[in-house]
Design a protein. Structure first.
Lengths: 122, 236
């Protein structure tokens, strides 16, 4: 790998890492997900500094070229991440639905009680 | 017996008042109340409910028909109703049959479905494409639930206290009608179908859009399959 390309990739990864830290600081990302991204970024940085690791690995696993393995691996990781996201989104939707229902029922009850109070006071 | 009619309404400004008038005028030996679940309508449904002092819950955001109907079941559960009946706010259902549904619940059925495909009461059936879909769902339910239901997508249905509690806790809100049948069957509830008359919608659009119907069929089939196969074991 070309040295300029490697430096460029590492800078990109460090910017990404800074972005994650910034979001943690703003409390816009929960630590559970943030840690996952930090681990992914660190793994990518290690691989960029020592590309020998994956070149050897691809060779051992029988890939024609290293990039084939990287793309396949990247695809699987992303597909898995998106699946986890849809699961979590469904869970969040279910909780949101229950909140909307209970809140709307309560709202009606409060309106009823207030109306009754008004009638009593009149 | 305390009976609650659940009327889900999404943009039903043209139908809602008529529907409520029909319900209020039913003659019955039981105390029949109604609740409108206004599913975040964007038209004048809410204003009409307020002006006419209709008994309504307005959902603070739109949940879709399943989430709206479940709100009704939760309301029925919290207010200790003996029977809850789903009745569409769009004029498709006929209030004449509400007493028949109540009678069938009193006779010991846990869940009663009004079917437009039993007998010849109903002139309005549905489009051919939809009938084919309904038939398919019917077959799936028979295979996986071992119960014969002729109108699995009917939204005209009555539930007793046990089923109200089950639905308040857990309701398949995305594709409710066919899936609830398998769900209740897994819970060993007694389900019965009775013949009813249904009418064409007076105003507005059906909740099942033709473009999405293939996806609907696919999703419902998978839901029935999973429920029928694992439901019973998964619950226990």
């Amino acid at each position: 790998m070309n040295i300029t390309l490697r430096i460029f990739l590492i800078i990109l990864l460090l910017v990404f890492l800074a972005l994650v830290f910034l979001q943690i600081n703003k409390k816009k990302i929960s630590m559970r997900y943030a840690s996952l991204w930090i681990i992914i970024i660190f793994l990518l940085i290690i691989v960029t500094i020592f590309p020998g690791i994956i070149i050897k690995m691809a060779d051992l696993l029988g890939f024609e070229t290293t990039s084939n393995m990287v793309f396949l691996l990247g695809f699987f990781v992303l597909a898995y991440l998106i699946f986890v996201l849809t699961t979590n989104l469904s869970k969040a939707n279910e909780k949101n639905k229950n909140l909307v229902q209970e809140l709307s029922i309560l709202k009606k009850k409060i309106e009823e009680l207030e109306n009754r109070k008004k009638v009593k006071n009149d | 017996m305390k009976v609650l009619i659940i009327i889900p309404a999404y943009n039903e400004e043209l139908n809602i008042l008529k529907t409520v008038e029909k319900i209020v005028n039913i003659k019955s030996n039981d105390a029949i109340d109604y609740i409108i679940i206004n599913d975040g309508s964007t038209d004048k449904t809410q204003e009409i409910c307020q002006k006419e002092k209709l008994n309504a819950i307005t959902l603070i955001s739109n949940l879709g028909i399943g989430g709206a109907v479940q709100t009704g079941y939760k309301y029925a559960y919290y207010n200790d109703y003996d029977i809850a009946i789903q009745f569409d706010g769009d004029g498709q259902h006929d209030e004449k049959y509400i007493n028949t549904l109540i009678e069938e619940i009193k006779r010991g059925n846990d869940f009663v479905i009004g079917s437009r495909f039993i007998g010849n009461l109903s002139e309005f059936k549905s489009s051919t494409a939809r009938k084919v879909g309904i038939k398919l769902l019917s077959i799936l339910i028979k295979v996986f639930g071992k119960i014969k239901i002729t109108d699995p997508t009917s939204g005209f249905r009555a539930a007793n206290k046990k089923v109200i509690k089950l639905f308040a806790e857990n309701y398949p809100t995305e594709y409710p009608e066919p899936e609830t049948i398998i769900y209740l069957k897994n819970k060993e509830m007694k389900i019965k179908e009775i013949p009813v008359e249904m009418h064409e919608r007076q105003h507005g659009k059906s909740s099942i859009k033709p473009l999405n119907s293939a996806y609907y069929m696919f999703s419902v089939s998978i839901a029935i399959f999973i429920n029928g196969l694992f439901g019973k074991r998964g619950e226990k």
